[in-house]
Design a protein around this ligand. Structure first.
Ligand code: UDP
Ligand code: MG
Length: 330
């Protein structure tokens, strides 16, 4: 189980209790819960550490600062070792108890079972409306089929996680990347609960940034706006020239200044807008070209457990050895 955590101290204990009981019912001791602290400014990290010190199946990862939801999740996906990975939010909007039914679905031959919201409780009409508009717009611009009304709530297999971890990009829209990976994927309709505690960490500005990441990482359609606009304005120019000639031939004149000024302003703004879109892509190319690490880990706390990991990953130390404090960069 992988959970990114940002300022969720109020709900953390309830979250861990529900995930652990849901996982235990199915996997007994053969699971690990990775809690990634994304530079929280409240007491989330100490709450996470308390949990990790108490239960050897819980792994606490502290990022060096706030990296944002998608990169925190990426850090978790790099550390998780299971053959199946269950991704959920820390605010209990995605019920952990759905693990069982989603697993049944997965066993019918799927690699990805993604939660699809049929109902969102406790979210404003504006959030619902903007999310729905966004998915419809995205669908029109992108070749990869990115399902509507999904978040990062998913159950995925190891080979999908490996593919995701092999993608080096910084501007990550993980639900899109999962679609991009392919294999057999199926929607799992569910009702999204209201937040258990605290407030959303996705204000409008972060939603717009995520939408921009989604569009630019999956589509170059906006780059074509320039040529489309060029053709449109060219056509408009042609029509108005014909109109002017027609009026001139009939001995009239066209009054100029105000319409000319308006035209210049419109043309100027369209050109700047198009430049801005180009700049958005160029800027992302520049940032990607630096190839900086996607996330920086300050600390990993994992109490020793007897849990044997498959796939050749070294087993953690025995129970009486002190817990490890690893400092690595991702
Ligand atoms: N989150 C994070 N880093 C951030 C913002 C959010 O790790 O900078 C986590 C947060 O703790 C939660 C998940 O991302 O587990 C989704 O955030 P939130 O619930 O605020 O978003 P919403 O559900 O309102 O879209
Ligand atoms: Mg939430």
């Amino acid at each position: 189980m992988v959970v990114p955590v940002y300022n969720e101290e109020a709900g953390l204990d309830a979250l861990v209790a529900r995930i652990v009981s849901a996982s235990q019912a199915i996997f007994a001791d053969r699971f690990e819960l990775i809690l990634v602290n994304d530079g929280s400014t409240d007491e989330s990290w100490s709450a996470i550490c308390r949990q990790a010190d108490r239960d050897p199946r819980i792994v606490a990862i502290d990022l060096s600062r706030n990296h944002g939801h998608q990169l925190a999740l990426t850090a978790g996906l790099h550390h998780v070792r299971g053959d199946l990975v269950f991704v959920l939010d820390a605010d209990l909007q995605d019920p952990p108890e759905l693990l069982g039914p989603m697993l049944d679905q997965l066993r019918q031959g799927y690699d990805v079972v993604y939660g699809q919201r049929i109902k969102r409780n406790g979210e404003t009409a504006f959030k619902r409306g903007s999310a729905s508009l966004f998915y419809r717009m995205l669908g029109g611009m992108v070749d990869t089929h990115i399902p509507r009304d999904t978040g990062d709530f998913r159950l995925i297999t190891r080979r999908v996680v490996d593919q995701l971890n092999a993608m080096p990009e910084r501007y990550r829209f993980i639900r899109g990347l999962v679609s991009f990976v392919g294999f057999n994927q199926i929607a799992f309709p569910y009702e999204r609960d209201a937040r258990f505690a605290g407030e959303t960490n996705y204000p409008l500005s972060k939603m717009i940034a995520l939408a921009a990441d989604a569009v630019t990482s999956f589509s170059v359609v906006p780059l074509r706006f320039a040529s489309h606009l060029g053709m449109l304005f060219g056509l408009a120019g042609l029509v108005s020239i014909m109109g002017i000639v027609w009026i001139w031939m009939r001995g009239g004149t066209v009054e100029g200044w105000a319409s000319l000024a308006a035209l210049i302003l419109i043309m100027g703004s369209v050109q700047l807008l198009v430049l801005g879109v180009f700049g958005e892509y160029l800027g992302r190319m520049y940032m990607e070209s630096k190839r900086r690490p996607l996330f920086i880990v300050a600390e990993v706390r994992r109490r020793a457990s007897k849990y044997e990991t498959p796939r050749g990953i070294p087993t953690p130390p025995a129970a009486d050895e002190p817990r490890e404090n690893i400092h690595v960069t991702g």
